[in-house]
Design a protein around this ligand. Structure first.
Ligand code: ASP
Ligand code: MG
Length: 494
């Protein structure tokens, strides 16, 4: 069997006709080397506009829906006309787009009539953008002489009914992929599958959560046993740090699934957080590549994550709040942690960082600043009796902070990384407010003052030599790569 590759194109990679043409050229060159399944996002911005329209409909504003449908029709038709020359083919695709737009208009009008937006209706509406972009990309491929058809993921990806954040049911999805996609691949056809969406066993449309097309791609890859998944986006790959903070940040050649997960969690928004789940057990590589610069190799995500190297990357997040629950009186209380996290859990506020000193005088943790007010209120409620009798002296919040994390799977077992981190920051006079390191040792996280965040990043980036090519054996990277099946000689049609 020829090698099978799943390729996902994000919203900016199909943002207009010229982007779609570029994506089609990339797929064409990959299709010359083996089988390809494409997963595609909505054209950039479309999902936001759909969600916005759904909320306007909920408020009873039917005219808003009519306007959006007309705009989407214009936008997609314009792209279609510049991508496809053949009049018959234009008419076919146009018919397909019209059907989707009609369905969208009905859903929005229905919502406006009822003035009610159920999670189920919101999923049906917000997933329409992918149903509009997939026929365009498939048509662009056909235009390049690659036979291709659009496929709605509602026929392939079977999910649970958790609207807004559905999870795939892999056994059913595998069976559907064999039934719907495999015969196309056998005929040499490239299926262009809508990202982001799926449907329950009963056929009710669902979505995998915002940014979910990445996840669609690895779900399809796992279901079909693909050799690799390539996420085509608008950045060169995963960077050693946010280049806005650290101008000398470099694109990483290779990182591990665990490192990628740490980076995704701490704000490097390259991937939907569940993306690596379907491929981790099987060790199937995932690439992050730039569809605007396909000559660049991108970042490869694998089980091993490439050469040793210790520290791989840094992340920093703002808009977070450090909450402290403390006072000498809490030393003897055995349930402070349990009650604190029961409070955050009841609010579904996500805890990013936890630290407690062994004197147990206080515990502190970091949450998103958006949750600060509710969390502080919930904690003050939870500890009201102890606050009254002053066993708990304070529940305080400090939002003038940032969390900086040093990430690298192979840091464990390398002594001295924490030491170097603290000495370097100490030399710069940067005050560390709190520290946490999980026992998996993928990540050392530090709370610093917000003002010191960028300086901390610059200092650590230099300290660990992250601006230089991968430490260890750069040669090994080149060797690795040539052994892999990455699209070579991708040429762009002008
Ligand atoms: N179009 C969806 C979104 O904007 C899914 C994706 O882009 O991955 O969230
Ligand atoms: Mg998107």
């Amino acid at each position: 069997m020829p090698p099978l590759r799943v390729m996902k194109f994000g919203g900016t990679s199909v943002g207009d006709a010229s982007c779609i043409a570029r994506a089609a050229a990339i797929v064409k060159s990959a299709a010359a080397e083996g089988s390809v399944v494409v997963a595609v996002s909505a054209m950039s911005g479309v999902t936001n506009r759909l969600i916005d329209a759904a909320h306007h409909a909920e408020a009873g504003e039917a005219e808003f829906a009519t306007k959006l449908v007309a705009e989407l029709r214009r936008q997609h038709n314009k792209a279609l006309e510049s991508l496809v020359r053949d009049a018959r083919r234009v008419a076919d695709v146009d018919k397909n787009l019209s059907q989707v737009l009609l369905e969208l208009e009905r859903l929005l009008q229905g919502t406006a009539l009822l003035k009610e937006l159920t999670p189920r209706a919101l999923d049906a509406i917000s997933g329409m953008g992918e149903r509009l972009s997939a026929p365009l990309l498939a048509a662009a491929l056909t235009e390049l002489g690659v036979s291709s058809v659009p496929v709605s993921a509602t026929d392939v990806i079977v999910t649970d009914p958790h609207h807004g954040r559905a999870e795939p049911l892999m056994d059913h999805t595998r069976a559907r992929a064999e039934k719907v996609l495999r015969p196309l691949l056998k005929k040499g056809v490239v299926p262009v599958v809508t990202g982001f969406i799926g449907a329950t066993l009963e056929g009710v449309p669902t979505t995998l959560g915002r940014g979910g097309s990445d996840y669609s791609a690895t779900i399809l890859g796992a279901a079909l046993g693909a050799q690799e998944t390539v996420i085509w986006t608008d950045v060169d790959g995963v960077k050693t740090a946010d280049p806005k903070l650290v101008p000398e940040a470099r694109t990483l050649d290779e990182i591990s699934y665990n490192e990628a997960a740490e980076l995704a969690y701490f704000g490097a928004k390259v991937l939907h957080p569940n993306t690596l789940r379907p491929v981790t057990a099987a060790g199937v590589p995932v690439w992050i590549r730039n569809s605007f610069a396909p000559e660049k190799p991108g970042t490869k995500i694998t089980g091993r994550g490439g050469s040793n190297g210790g520290v791989k990357a840094l992340t920093a997040i703002r808009s977070v709040t450090l909450i402290t629950v403390g006072g000498p009186g809490i030393v003897g209380l055995t349930d402070v942690l349990a009650r604190s996290f029961a409070a955050t859990a009841s609010l579904r506020s996500n805890v990013l960082f936890v630290s407690q000193s062994s004197s147990q005088n206080d515990i502190c943790f970091v949450i998103s600043s958006a949750d600060e007010k509710r969390t502080v209120e919930a904690l003050r409620d939870a500890f009201a009796p102890e606050i009254a009798e002053q066993t708990v002296e304070h529940v305080s919040a400090n939002s003038d902070i940032a969390v900086v994390a040093v990430v690298g799977e192979n840091m464990h077992g390398i002594p001295g990384i924490a030491g170097r981190t603290f000495s370097a920051l100490g030399r710069e006079g940067i005050n560390i407010i709190a520290i946490a390191q999980g026992s998996s040792e993928y990540n050392i996280s530090l709370v610093v003052e917000a003002d010191a965040m960028q300086r901390a990043m610059l200092t650590l980036h230099k300290e660990f030599g992250l601006h230089e090519a991968a430490s260890g054996s750069p040669g090994a990277h080149t060797e690795d790569r040539s052994a892999e099946q990455i699209p070579t000689g991708v040429s762009l049609r002008k």
